[in-house]
Write a protein that binds this ligand. Structure first.
Ligand code: FNR
Length: 379
């Protein structure tokens, strides 16, 4: 990761995009139309919870330790039985063709090139098989929005398995879309490229439920999708269905309450993502990192705990790990990189945040992510 640092200091060659990732959002605001920009940057309601995510992370501060021989560092981390090169993964983000024509394929290739797992959204604008092919044998996970129709669910799980997605991430917090004023005020769907080839619409079981093919009546297909894409009636009792139809690790995304974390453990899940969907669902909910310590205390010995919502810098990663997360998912920042410069932009974001994480880790007195503990933080 030192390469970025050294190159930047000597020649300034790297920063075609800013290395201070906090500047990316403003660059994207200037680059995209308001609809697509609002889709990515926006959140639920008046944005209280998106702001709380940041505030909660900023409230924790690292207390660095000295003279601890950090000459040889290793960011590698085991997640769900596989050794990965760092504790970072790219979060599932739907319909990426809204911000760049290369969409998920570019983001997935960037993840593969940087050896970071890519979590493909159910709501991908690219069929999962095509994304898998672009990734070769790189680590990929599939995120499920759990459809109402069990046949569609089974079809998704089979397609994901057949195309080499190893971990299933089931998102629980978005069984309906929240009140998102920016999306309501500024349409973004007109920017979606190729509805007919989107992951959902190209699914044979989904198509079987349509009266007319997608190309003939795209509006009816979108209506059917909205009815079907998720299900507000599901309960913890439904989880065995997933186990019966998926033989790899299952991770529940969107957990904020320790009791739900316990229910996930009781249901035999492999992991959870402590997440509030980047503040896009329950406005007025707590900052996601404030949910983390209580959940780690409740189930840290039973489940692998990942964290997302608000991660923007290398020190944010260190804080989440110090509070007991095994790994973190990065959301909006990589989509900003995608919007600005396709695959190159996503790789830039991954390299910068990992470089900053490694430096922060070392300068705080640690050689490995796993040695971070709560005593490294104040807050
Ligand atoms: C999301 N997120 C999301 N989650 C999911 O499970 N499936 C999805 O399709 C999407 N789509 C999506 C679109 C956009 C534009 C955003 C910003 C987010 C949530 C995502 O996986 C993650 O939880 C948050 O983005 C994390 O917060 P930060 O890093 O964006 O603050």
């Amino acid at each position: 990761q030192y390469e970025i640092y050294a190159t930047g200091l000597f020649s300034g060659a790297v920063p075609q995009l800013p290395t201070d990732l906090s500047q990316l959002e403003a660059a994207v605001a200037a680059h995209l139309a308001p609809g697509p920009y609002g889709y990515v940057a926006g959140s639920a309601g008046d944005g209280k919870t998106a702001a709380a995510n940041r505030r909660a992370l900023d409230r924790y501060e690292i207390v660095p330790r000295m003279l601890r021989d950090v000459g040889s560092r290793d960011l590698s981390t085991e997640l769900f039985g596989k050794k990965l090169s760092s504790p970072l993964a790219l979060a599932p983000i739907g319909v990426q063709s809204i911000v760049h024509p290369d969409a998920e394929t570019a983001a997935a290739k960037a993840a593969a090139a940087q050896q970071v797992p890519f979590v493909l959204s159910s709501a991908s604008s690219t069929p999962m098989e095509q994304v898998a092919e672009a990734m070769g044998d790189a680590e990929r996970w599939f995120q499920l929005y759990w459809p109402k129709d069990p046949e569609v669910t089974k079809s998704f799980l089979k397609r994901a398995k057949d195309s080499g997605y190893r971990v299933l991430v089931v998102t629980l917090d978005t069984f309906i879309l929240a009140w998102r004023p920016r999306d309501l005020d500024q349409a973004y769907l007109p920017f979606l490229r190729g509805v007919g080839t989107a992951n959902y619409f190209s699914d044979p079981a989904f198509q079987a439920g349509l009266d007319k093919p997608v190309e003939e009546d795209p509006q009816a297909a979108v209506g059917h999708f909205i009815q079907m894409f998720n299900d507000p009636t599901k309960t913890w009792e439904n989880l065995p269905f997933l186990r019966e139809n998926w033989d790899g690790p299952i991770v529940l995304k969107g957990i904020q309450h320790p009791d739900d974390a316990r229910l996930a453990a009781d249901a035999g899940m492999d992991g959870i993502v402590v997440s509030n969907h980047g503040g896009r669902q329950v406005n007025g909910a707590i900052g996601s990192v404030d949910a983390l310590p209580g959940i780690v205390d409740a189930v840290g010995d039973h489940l692998e705990i990942l964290f997302d919502s608000g991660i923007r810098t290398g020190d944010d990663i260190a804080k989440a790990l110090a509070l007991g997360a095994r790994g973190v998912l990065l959301g909006r920042p990589y989509v900003y990189g995608l919007a600005l410069d396709g695959q190159v932009g996503v790789e830039h974001v991954i390299r910068c945040i990992l470089a900053e994480f490694e430096l922060t880790l070392a300068l705080s007195g640690h050689s490995t992510p796993s040695s971070l503990t709560r005593s490294d933080l104040r807050g």
